[in-house]
Every structure is written in structure tokens, then in C-alpha cells.
Design a protein. Structure first.
Length: 414
């Protein structure tokens, strides 16, 4: 089955990077120390949240290429115009992050001794945004064409660089600045590799600004942008709240297990990316239903053993991975987040189904409705239970999100 095959290639694309990332994060945690490592994880979160500047275009590219796969002229227009827009947005977004550097550092409640280093790191992060967005756009071309083998061979190399170079840089010089320099170098190299491997789709495309294509991309991507603003905010906001309320010295004890769970999302993410083009209008209703039901089954088979093993052996996993300094509380946080990981993974199927059917506005409205209650619960839980409360709030939010999306998908997508 192509869904299983494409999911396999998506997983393969992350297998090697994961083998690199797990020890790399361990080395970073040891070389940088808890506070610097916590700040580095926040730098990663800034890049993750900065995906809002793609204006929903990476998702729109996958859908558009899937729909117009046999029309090479229209595909060329999609490639050229989306690349142009994302370059402009990347430079704009990077400039905003750069200018907001002092405000971000103050918000994070960083100790005075780490202030200059953190400000420099944020400046370097801002430079990486255009490379990040353009890389995502070009990889989306391959996903829309369901060339998952090729796209994931590229991702395997790129993600290994992104995971490994910061750790290598920190080994040379154990500072936050050098770690982020390694991240920036990895982003630049990744874009060059992606361009070389996707050149057959990029170079032949004739440069022309097509208003019709831009409007179509932006109309669909506009509501994706709302989700892209809110979803990363809810995914990463907890880390910034911990830093702001409890101080940056506490961040690592939450972000370390959170990063571990984040790495596990390669499993559901691989399946969700494989099923999205099949739910994007090219296939018939019966085929879509079949693919959606198969995706649910595969998702449960993939994530339940992983989550169960992680919960049972959480203490051993955390201390072996990050060192004895992370024993105790981080392992308890890890357990709670793994419960949320199960619900968040399942939610990716109805999410892909709703957006694939063209109802990006619906998922955006769901996220809008969740935002304020989540923030209120997050502040309340952190006041009660500290970082354990933060983990509980995140898990509660993704669980409610999962149930809401399933109910909406069953009613909306026939």
C-alpha cells in the first residue's frame, strides 16, 4: 500500500537524524549546563514558532502540487511564486526577531551573566529564518508529488546536520553562541542540499509573478497561517512561561523531557505527511475514507508501544540520556507529556483530513477557541504544581484538541 510505503520513507528520513539527535542533545546538555541548554532549547522553539512567517504556504504548496501534478506549467508557477513570497517573508520575519532581541531576552528572565550571549544567539537565530522557510517550501514540492523517498533522503541528511552541528560546535567551544552558530551553518547547508536535489523542479520554472496563483495560495494558506500562529504558540508557550515565571534556570528541567517527546513526533508526523496528499482532493471519497481509517490503525499501532515503554522506563531513559542532574522531576514530566503525545498523535489524522478537504478555516477556528482557555489553565496549573502543572496543562489541551477534531471531522468531511 502506498500509504504504508510513504510512511515508511517518512520514518526512514528521520531514523538517522534521530540517532544523531538523541546523543547530540545529551552532549549539549552536559557541555552547556542546565541554563545554557534551556536557552538553546528556547532558540529552537523560536525557529519552530517562526514558521508562522510561511503564511501557510508550505501546506498550501503540498495541496496545490497534488492537485496540479500533471500540469507542469501551473506547477512551475506555484514553485516560483511561493519561493518568492517565502523569501520576502523570511527576511521580514528574521528582521522582526532581530529587532525584538532585547525584549525577548528580558521576557525570558535571563540572568545578567547570560544576557549578552543570549542576545547574540537570538541575532543568529534571526539570520536562519529565510533559509529555513525556503528549504521547507522546496521540500513541499516533493511531498505534493508524493516523492517521499527522495524528500526523506534529503531530510535525513539535513536533519542530521541540524542535530549534529550545534553539538559539534559546543564541543569546540561550550557556549550558547557557538551552539547557535552550528545551527545556522546547518540551515545554510541544508538549503544548498535541498536546492541541488530539487533543481529539476526549480530551475525549469519560468520566473513570472502570477496574481491568480498567488491569490489561490494565499487564500488557502491564510487560514493555515492562523493555525500556524496559534498551534506553535500553544506548543512552545509553556516553555516561555516556565522561564518567565520560574526563571531560565528551571527551563531545562521541563524542556529536556519536552524535547524528548518532540523527537517522538516523527512517528505521527511521518504518517500525517503521507496521508495528507491523499486527502487533498485528487482521490475519490471512498478512497479517502479507506486511507483515513488505515491511518488511524497505523497510528495506534505505532505510538502506543512507544508511549507505554517511555512511561514505564521514564527515569532510566531521562538519566541515561541527559545525565544524573535530570533525575526525579523531569522523569515525572516525561510521563505526563507522553500521555499527551498519544492524543496529539491521533489528532493529526482528522487535522489532515479537514485541511485536505479544503476546510483550513475550521482547524484555525478550533485553535482560536482553544488558545485563551489553555493560557488560563497553564497559569493556574503552574501556580499549583510548578513544571508538573505545565505538563498537565499541555496534555489536557492536546487531549481536548484531539476529541474536538475527531468530532468535527466526522460531521464535516463526508
Amino acid at each position: 500500500m502506498s500509504l504504508i510505503k510513504n510512511t515508511f520513507w517518512n520514518l526512514s528520513g528521520y531514523a538517522v537524524p534521530t540517532l544523531v539527535a538523541i546523543p547530540a542533545l545529551g552532549f549539549l546538555a552536559r557541555d552547556l549546563g542546565p541554563e545554557r541548554f534551556g536557552l538553546f532549547s528556547l532558540a529552537l522553539a523560536i525557529i519552530g514558532y517562526a514558521s508562522i512567517f510561511d503564511a501557510g504556504l508550505t501546506r498550501a504548496i503540498v495541496r496545490e502540487i497534488s492537485l496540479f501534478r500533471d500540469d507542469q506549467v501551473e506547477c512551475g508557477k506555484i514553485v516560483v511564486n511561493s519561493s518568492l513570497i517565502l523569501t520576502v517573508l523570511g527576511v521580514t520575519g528574521g528582521g522582526i526577531i532581530y529587532l525584538s532581541g532585547p525584549a525577548i531576552v528580558n521576557l525570558l528572565n535571563v540572568k545578567t551573566e547570560y544576557y549578552p550571549e543570549t542576545l547574540q544567539a537570538i541575532s543568529l537565530v534571526s539570520l536562519s529564518l529565510p533559509f529555513f522557510l525556503l528549504n521547507q517550501a522546496w521540500l513541499s514540492i516533493l511531498e505534493g508529488r508524493e516523492e517521499f523517498k527522495k524528500s526523506n533522503l534529503i531530510k535525513s541528511v539535513n536533519s542530521s546536520l541540524i542535530a549534529g552541528l550545534p553539538a559539534l560546535a559546543a564541543m569546540i567551544h561550550p557556549s550558547l553562541t557557538w551552539a547557535v552558530l552550528g545551527l545556522l551553518a546547518a540551515r545554510v547547508l541544508s538549503l544548498l542540499i535541498t536546492f541541488y536535489r530539487c533543481r529539476e523542479h526549480i530551475i525549469p520554472a519560468k520566473f513570472s509573478i502570477e496574481t491568480t496563483t498567488i491569490v489561490r495560495l494565499m487564500r488557502y494558506g491564510g487560514w493555515i497561517t492562523v493555525s500556524n500562529v496559534i498551534s506553535p504558540l500553544m506548543s512552545y508557550f509553556d516553555r516561555f512561561i516556565v522561564s518567565h515565571v520560574m526563571g531560565a534556570s528551571h527551563v531545562a528541567f521541563y524542556t529536556a523531557p519536552a524535547e524528548g517527546v518532540q523527537r517522538l513526533t516523527i512517528l505521527p508526523g511521518a504518517l500525517a505527511r503521507a496521508v495528507f496528499p491523499k486527502l487533498s482532493g485528487r482521490y475519490g471519497v471512498d478512497e479517502k475514507k479507506k486511507q483515513r481509517n488505515l491511518a488511524y490503525s497505523l497510528m495506534l499501532l505505532a505510538i502506543l508501544p512507544v508511549a507505554g515503554t517511555g512511561i514505564i522506563f521514564s527515569e532510566f531513559i531521562i538519566t541515561t540520556w541527559l545525565g544524573p542532574a535530570y533525575a526525579g522531576l523531569p522523569a515525572e514530566v516525561f510521563k505526563i507529556l507522553l500521555v499527551g503525545f498519544v492524543f496529539g498523535s491521533i489528532a493529526q489524522i482528522p487535522f489532515a483530513s479537514i485541511q485536505g478537504a479544503g476546510f483550513s478555516k475550521v482547524t484555525a477556528m478550533v485553535h482560536l477557541c482553544e488558545l485563551l482557555p489553555y493560557v488560563a489553565v497553564l497559569y493556574y496549573f503552574i501556580s499549583l504544581w510548578g513544571i508538573i502543572g505545565v505538563a498537565c496543562a499541555w496534555t489536557l489541551r492536546v487531549s481536548v484538541d484531539c476529541l474536538a477534531l475527531i468530532l468535527i471531522n466526522n460531521k464535516l468531511v463526508k
